[in-house]
Design a protein around this ligand. Structure first.
Ligand code: SF4
Length: 304
C-alpha cells in the first residue's frame, strides 16, 4: 500500500482535494464490505499499525506547499479513519494550518455511536457518513461488520451527531444488487434519512472491482431507487463511469414533471437529456419555471 498523502484528486462531489490516508500500510477496518475495493481482511475495532500525528503533519505540510490550489483536505484510510486513535489531536493540528481549505472526513458511520468520535468529527468542516443498511441482517451480510456493531446504535449516533453538527453532513448509500436495493429496505432507509435530514444523500453503486462477487445496479435501477426517496431529500446519484442509459427527448411538461418528482443534478441532466431537452431546460430556467441550487459542489435543478 501507499503513501500518507495522495492526490490531488478532482471529485465532482467534493471539489479538488488532497487525501490523507490514516492507514497507509494495510487495511484496518471494522467492516469488511462485500463491495470493498481493497482485498478482504479480518475486521478490527482498533488500529494496531498507527502512524504518528507528526509524520502525517509533516507529509501534509509538504503536500500543501506543493499544491496550493486545492479546496479540500480529505481524511480517509485504507479502512475506517475514525479508528485512528489520535483523530481529535490530528484535526486540531490540521485546523491550525489549513488556511482557507475545507476539511472533510469519509467514514463508514459505524463509530458515530462513540461520543469521542462525534466530538472529533464535529471539528471537520464537512462529514460524509455511509449508511448502506437499515437492518442488522444487511449490516452482517453486506458490510460484514465487526461484532457488537448494530444499526439501531448507528442510527441513534447519527441523530445525536446531527444535534451538535450544523455544517454539511452527507450520507452515502452504496447499493448492491439484490442485497440492499429492495423496496422494503429502501423504505426503511428513506424513513430514517427523512428524520435525520442530512444536507445531501449520495446514492451510488459498485464502480470498481469488488472484494467479493457482487453486482452493481444498472444506471436505470439507480434512478428508479432514487425516485423512492422523499422529495425533501437532496438525492445525488453518483452515476457509474459507464452509464448505459441513452439520452432521451423531454418536452417542457415532461421536464417539469420529472423535476417535480425529484430534484435533478447536473450529472442526471447530462445522462438523461438529449441536447434539445437541455436547451428546453435552459429556457425554463430563463423563464423562472425552474431554478438551481447548489449543495456543496453539486448543482441541482428544482421547480421555481
Ligand atoms: S468500510 Fe470502506 S474500507 Fe471498510 S470494508 Fe467497507 S468499503 Fe472497505
Amino acid at each position: 500500500m501507499g503513501n500518507i498523502i495522495f492526490g490531488p484528486l478532482l471529485s465532482r462531489r467534493f471539489g479538488k482535494s488532497l487525501g490523507i490516508d490514516l492507514s497507509p500500510h494495510k487495511k484496518q477496518c471494522n467492516f469488511d464490505c462485500l463491495y470493498c475495493e481493497l482485498k478482504p481482511a479480518k475486521t478490527v475495532d482498533k488500529y494496531d499499525d498507527v502512524i504518528s500525528v507528526e509524520s502525517i503533519m509533516s507529509a501534509l505540510q509538504d503536500a500543501l506547499a506543493q499544491h496550493k490550489d486545492i479546496d479540500v483536505i480529505t481524511v480517509t484510510a485504507n479502512g475506517e479513519p475514525t479508528l485512528y486513535p489520535y483523530l481529535d489531536e490530528l484535526i486540531d493540528r490540521i485546523d491550525a494550518i489549513k488556511g482557507d481549505k475545507t476539511t472533510l472526513i469519509l467514514s463508514n458511520g459505524s463509530t458515530i455511536v462513540d461520543p469521542d468520535v462525534r466530538k472529533a468529527l464535529a471539528k471537520f468542516d464537512m462529514v460524509k457518513l455511509s449508511l448502506d443498511c437499515a437492518t442488522d441482517k444487511c449490516l452482517k451480510k453486506l458490510d460484514r461488520a465487526h461484532k457488537g456493531i448494530n444499526v439501531a446504535d448507528i442510527m441513534q449516533g447519527m441523530l445525536d451527531f446531527k444535534k451538535i453538527y450544523h455544517k454539511p453532513l452527507i450520507v452515502e448509500v452504496l447499493l448492491v444488487k439484490s442485497i440492499n436495493d429492495t423496496p422494503e429496505h429502501i423504505e426503511v432507509l428513506n424513513k430514517f434519512l427523512t428524520t435525520l435530514n442530512p444536507t445531501r444523500v449520495d446514492i451510488g453503486t459498485i464502480d470498481r472491482p469488488p472484494a467479493y462477487k457482487v453486482e452493481p445496479l444498472s444506471s436505470a435501477d439507480l434512478l428508479e431507487v432514487a425516485s423512492h426517496f422523499d422529495t425533501s431529500l437532496p438525492v445525488y446519484i453518483v452515476h457509474r463511469k459507464s452509464s448505459e442509459i441513452r439520452a432521451g427527448s423531454y418536452s417542457n411538461d415532461e421536464i417539469l414533471a420529472t423535476i417535480a418528482n425529484r430534484p435533478l443534478s447536473e450529472d442526471d441532466i447530462n445522462i438523461l437529456f438529449d441536447e434539445q431537452s437541455k436547451d428546453r431546460l435552459k429556457i425554463l430556467l430563463e423563464n423562472k419555471k425552474v431554478k438551481i441550487f447548489k449543495i456543496y459542489g453539486v448543482t441541482f435543478y428544482i421547480l421555481a
